[in-house]
Design a protein. Structure first.
Length: 577
């Protein structure tokens, strides 16, 4: 059912949320102002306790032994690798301090694996959703604002390079190694060096696997490139399937995503459990296909936690514009902007009232936000990410795909089809092992089933397209376009030739007039400049072209600012359980 300003989805969604997770969402409360120097959380529907769960609940990512990361020093310093200043240099967010779920003050989105350790190195540490989907923005007065579910400025390639360098230097520098070994009190000193050498080799491999001719820079990652390599090349032991992951995209914001029919920029996942398991495999999760015995295939992903994380995000609201910090909204200008938005933007992105998928498409008449998938030949934004996915073929390894599946004469299949088969195998094995069947199984998949079907719904594949999703809260998520090639909303609303050809990413200083981060090198304080990454739109995968208006309109500066004013107050769908 669709109301004046919101939508109500089928009651069965409550089963998907799970009782504990639903209680977490319902019990959210507004909070007191942040302490000086700490980020102030906006009212996005989460309590402090729920935010902590999102930040520090493992999804099954396993980067390296927890004790070794804690013992590791920075490459060119004797300070800890996890020192907050060093974490911030790499674009990630330090924790505010220890907490019940994070007693060692790991950075936001870094977490110790909760499963019992099987060896002397102890449990592993990996990344959570929050590492890439939590952001801080800085107002003119220096106040920090936390954007939960926002786009991180984390630099994945820099993290891997510094980890690799720190491990190599620790092996080469006797004093550094001695300090490192002394911190590993639970290990036999004779085993420290061999273990460190093995870890350095693995991190060196991961760093090499993340190399690209054009660096990602802050806030971008070729997620599908890494996921496909992890599955199609590493997990099934087919090195020839490896491809350079050279089509980075911005980390998308998370609010409303559990209610959208398609989520990723290219919309290729049709259900949240498969989508999230694939994501884990792309960020240090590990799959084991049991030497071809697919009935025993498994992964390190924690299926129960993935369902809980999705449920928590289902209660995450778009960040409201904080007038006290970023300035009052001009109501008259916003009203004019609403009309311009409806004429030029809502046709693709939707808005009040939000469009829903047909009730007949999903079991029980459940409806989702009907996001538009726009053909790359229509939107004309950089096609590299979409084309990399649909033109990539791979040797199938142990998987037998249907005869109708596209394939090359030498037997290679679409890498995306191989990924779907791999993820489906792992998810089904995991659900079976945990005794999740019937409606509970369908709930784990987010109820994404066609009427009468036992197979979860598929995602989008052809034609190659990009998602035009809801824009509530988009003001807090720059840079813009799928590849982060446009620094502000004002620039995006401008003709292509007026958009900056080069800009800098990494400053948290917010431009409340144009909506985005300050990106001119000369406008960023000198002390912050070493943290910046240069974005050159002439490089492959970095184009800032496209995204013209269907009406053919050329917006005046006044029109652009009116739409900007409206975007500050654009309401999201009111999802009720």
């Amino acid at each position: 059912m669709l109301g004046r300003k919101g939508l109500i989805l089928g009651a069965g969604v409550i089963v998907f949320l799970g009782l504990a997770a639903l209680t977490d969402v319902i019990m959210s409360r507004n909070e007191a102002p942040a302490e000086p120097g700490k980020a102030q959380a906006l009212d996005q529907g989460w309590s402090k306790e729920l935010r902590e769960k999102f930040y520090f609940t493992s999804q099954g990512s396993q980067l390296m032994p927890y004790a070794m990361l804690r013992a590791l020093e920075q490459p060119l310093s004797d300070k800890p690798f996890l020192d907050p200043a060093h974490v911030a240099e790499m674009g990630f967010l330090p924790a505010d301090g220890p907490s019940a779920l994070n007693p060692d003050s790991l950075p936001i989105g870094f977490v110790k694996d909760p499963r019992p350790a099987t060896g002397p190195l102890g449990p592993m540490v990996g990344l959570t959703c929050a590492a890439c989907h939590t952001a801080d923005i800085e107002a003119k007065n220096g106040a920090l604002i936390r954007i939960d579910g926002g786009a991180s400025q984390g630099d994945y390639q820099l993290l891997m390079a510094r980890l690799s360098k720190a491990l190599d230097i620790t092996l080469a520098d006797p004093a550094k190694f001695q300090r490192f070994a002394a911190r590993l009190v639970a290990m036999d000193p004779k085993t420290v060096r061999p273990a460190l050498e093995a870890l350095a080799t693995e991190i060196r491999r991961l760093e090499a696997a993340s190399w690209t001719p054009v660096p990602y820079g802050r806030g971008r990652l070729d997620a599908f490139g890494h996921i496909l390599n992890a599955v199609a090349a590493t997990a099934i032991n087919e090195p020839a399937n490896y491809r350079i992951p050279d089509a980075p995209v911005s980390y998308p914001f998370l609010w409303t995503t559990p209610w959208q029919r398609y989520v990723q920029w290219n919309g290729v996942a049709g259900n949240p459990l498969g989508r999230n398991l694939g994501e884990v495999l792309g960020v240090f999760g590990h799959a084991d296909f049991a030497n071809g015995n697919l009935a025993a295939a498994s992964s390190t992903a924690l299926g129960e936690n993935l369902v809980a994380l999705e449920a928590w995000v289902s209660g995450l609201k778009p960040p409201p514009w904080p007038e006290k910090v970023l300035g009052k909204v001009d109501a008259a200008k916003a009203k004019r902007g609403a009309a311009l938005f409806k004429a030029n933007c809502a046709g693709c992105h939707g808005g009040p009232d939000y469009r829903l998928t047909p009730a007949a498409e999903t079991e029980g008449g459940r409806q989702w936000l009907a996001v538009s998938m726009v053909d790359v030949n229509t939107v004309k934004t950089d096609p590299k990410m979409a084309m990399n996915f649909i033109t990539r073929y791979a040797k199938p390894g142990p998987f037998t795909l249907p005869p109708t599946a596209p394939r090359l004469p030498d037997g290679q299949v679409l890498a995306g089809s191989l990924l779907l088969a791999a993820v489906s195998t792992i998810t089904e094995n995991d659900l079976r092992a945990r005794g999740i069947t019937g409606d509970a199984r369908k709930a784990a998949y987010g109820w994404r089933f066609a009427p009468g079907s036992t197979t979860p719904q598929s995602g989008w594949l052809l034609p190659p397209s990009y998602k035009a999703g809801p824009l509530a809260g988009v003001w807090a998520t720059g840079p813009f376009l799928h590849n982060g090639s446009v620094p502000t909303i004002y620039d995006l609303l401008s003709p292509e030739e007026e958009r900056p050809a080069v800009f800098y990413v990494g400053s948290k200083r917010f431009d409340a007039e144009k909506l985005g981060f300050v990106s001119s090198y000369d406008s960023i304080p000198e002390a912050e400049r070493p943290r910046l990454s240069r974005f050159d739109t002439s490089l492959p995968g970095n184009s800032n072209r496209g995204h013209a208006f269907p009406t053919g309109a050329k917006l005046s500066p006044e029109d652009r600012y009116a739409i900007i004013e409206y975007l500050k107050v654009l309401e999201g769908p009111d999802v009720r359980h």
